[in-house]
Write a protein that binds this ligand. Structure first.
Ligand SMILES: C[S@@+](CC[C@H](N)C(=O)[O-])C[C@H]1O[C@@H](n2cnc3c(N)ncnc32)[C@H](O)[C@@H]1O
Length: 280
């Protein structure tokens, strides 16, 4: 995912969920002073800056946003300049993290990133290793979403299958789990975390129109970069048709002031929220 500028215009869903999680779960986090804070998968930096920063104590020592995408890191760095805030490239699933980040952070946050990570154990291990003893994580990411069903259907079609390869990498590892909460809980426990909360929230996001939904999809769709420029419009059209075919997604048609039909798209999905700490 690296279309930073498009993402920053069409991240309404992600920002809404980040606000929901901060509003409802940040109170569980214990703060001291001079804390060092990490945001994993900080993307364009919007959530870090607009949602997280206003809600954390102002006397933190350092806030580091990290992302696997250099484009995202550069974009965030160019927009949000501050002595106490920095953005660096880091793959949270990498086999070895920077030694200087070991036992370094008091708090690790992550919004809408970890469903991109197949190597869940490695990511959780890395976060555990990067925390100071007594440090805490607050992470939120997709457990499942009907959009993954759209990917699966399209990947089976002759038209798009050659572009939609390696599908498993781009679907939440829990999308087909029978008991996702237990699975995540087990991983966190095995990596040594003490769990305060590990649950799935039932959420619904309403896209105000199909054109906004199309742009939002384009901003995060991992296959688009493989599709020839002149085929992208066609791909998005098929994507929206598959959305219309899904029973889980509801389309509400209303009449606006100009007597035109407007279609809102209600997408239900499940969002993990986990709060856990590293033992002292
Ligand atoms: C949907 S964006 C979320 C950005 C931001 N946290 C937000 O809530 O708007 C997901 C971000 O996770 C990043 N990402 C994906 N895999 C990652 C990995 N293995 N390590 C670090 N970041 C990753 C992507 O590059 C992308 O910027």
């Amino acid at each position: 995912m690296d279309r930073a500028s498009l993402y920053s215009r069409y991240n309404g869903l992600q920002k809404t969920d980040a606000s929901f999680v901060v509003d409802n779960y940040l109170r569980l986090v214990k703060w001291r002073s001079d804390e060092v804070v990490l945001d994993v998968g900080s993307g364009d930096g919007d959530v870090l800056f607009d949602v997280l920063l206003p809600e954390i104590p102002h006397d933190f020592a350092k806030l580091v946003g990290t992302d696997v995408s250099e484009e995202m890191v550069d974009f965030a760095r160019s927009r949000y300049k501050s002595d106490k805030i920095d953005f660096v490239a880091l793959d949270i699933s990498s086999a070895s993290i920077l030694p200087e980040f070991h036992d370094f952070f008091d708090h690790i946050f992550s919004f809408y990133c970890l469903h991109w990570v197949v190597e869940q154990r490695q990511a959780m291990k890395n976060m555990f290793d990067m925390l100071k003893p007594g440090g805490e994580i607050l992470v939120t990411f997709l457990a499942s979403n009907p959009i993954y069903d759209v990917y699966e259907r399209m990947a089976k079609s002759n038209k798009w299958c050659s572009y939609m390869t390696n599908l498993k990498r781009y679907i939440s590892p829990y999308h087909h789990s029978e008991n996702p909460e237990t699975e995540l809980e087990d991983i966190l426990k095995k990596e040594g975390f003490l769990i305060r909360v590990c649950r799935m929230e039932d959420r619904t996001y309403t896209f105000p129109s199909f054109s906004v939904m199309a742009k939002s999809a384009e901003a995060v769709n991992p296959f688009i970069k493989k599709i020839p420029e002149n085929e992208i419009g066609n791909y998005i059209e098929d994507y929206l048709n598959e959305v219309k075919n899904l029973e889980t997604i509801t389309i509400e048609t209303t009449n606006n002031d100009n007597n035109n039909n407007e279609e809102k798209i209600h997408v239900p999905y499940k969002l993990f929220v986990a709060v856990a700490s590293k033992p002292v």
